[in-house]
Design a protein around this ligand. Structure first.
Ligand SMILES: Nc1ncnc2c1ncn2[C@@H]1O[C@H](COP(=O)(O)OS(=O)(=O)O)[C@@H](OP(=O)(O)O)[C@H]1O
Ligand SMILES: Nc1ncnc2c1ncn2[C@@H]1O[C@H](COP(=O)(O)OP(=O)(O)O)[C@@H](O)[C@H]1O
Length: 177
């Protein structure tokens, strides 16, 4: 059994958070662990549709997702949160809500130029012509995590390798605990 926890994936838009979160969740489900993916982009279409991308709204988005994660964890469900969570304070707030022992901070460290090349949603192209969109890493800051538990650069690590690494870390930590 894995101790109930939350993997908090932080990184730029296009870094690979959603892709990695979904692939990791699939593997955990195959091992019969109940798991819920909380994706920032998706939650902003419902629960957080009142929020924009000001510094205050981003902090509030992270707070809401952390509260959800805490409740899910308390009900025995593993959580993978995929949020840009651009500031140290937003991630520290999440840790304070979820609990230090439960939260595993995963920095998806794919560099900006790779995210720009991928430009999955066309946001980087839009940011080149619209200065008002406050895109993270372009017009809005992203603070690099100081001491993440895990770092994954999807430019240098395949999806399969990254998921395998996350699984191996999960089971090592169970043995350690
Ligand atoms: N200005 C701006 N900056 C950043 N992101 C933007 C912006 N506008 C729209 N989007 C889309 O919103 C998704 C990020 O939402 P998050 O809740 O993860 O962001 S945050 O943690 O509150 O900063 C993000 O999803 P991902 O690409 O999956 O990261 C974007 O698709
Ligand atoms: N090793 C990898 N891990 C995850 N995504 C990758 C990898 N290599 C390429 N990609 C691609 O990068 C893009 C990442 O997009 P996405 O997962 O939506 O990022 P984010 O959620 O961080 O915005 C996807 O199109 C995905 O197929």
């Amino acid at each position: 059994m894995i101790r109930t926890k939350t993997w908090w994936m932080t990184g730029l838009s296009g870094a690979g958070k959603t892709t990695l979160a979904q692939a990791f969740a699939t593997q955990l489900r195959e091992l019969e662990h109940p798991v819920c993916v909380l994706d920032g982009d998706e939650l902003r279409r419902g629960l957080s549709r009142d929020l924009g991308f000001s510094a205050e709204d981003r902090e509030e988005q992270c707070r809401r997702v952390a509260e959800l994660a805490k409740t899910l964890n308390a009900n025995g469900i593993l959580v993978i949160a995929a949020l840009i969570s651009p500031t140290a304070s937003s991630r520290n707030q999440a840790r304070a809500i979820i609990g230090s022992d439960q939260m595993c901070e995963v920095y998806v460290s794919t560099p900006l130029h790779v995210c720009q090349q991928r430009d999955v949603k066309g946001l980087y192209a839009k940011a080149r012509v619209e200065s008002g969109i406050q895109l993270t890493g372009v017009q809005s800051p992203y603070e690099i995590p100081c001491s993440p538990d895990i770092v994954i650069n999807t430019d240098q690590t395949s999806l399969e390798q990254a998921v395998h690494f996350l699984l191996s870390q999960t089971f090592t930590s169970v043995v350690r605990d």
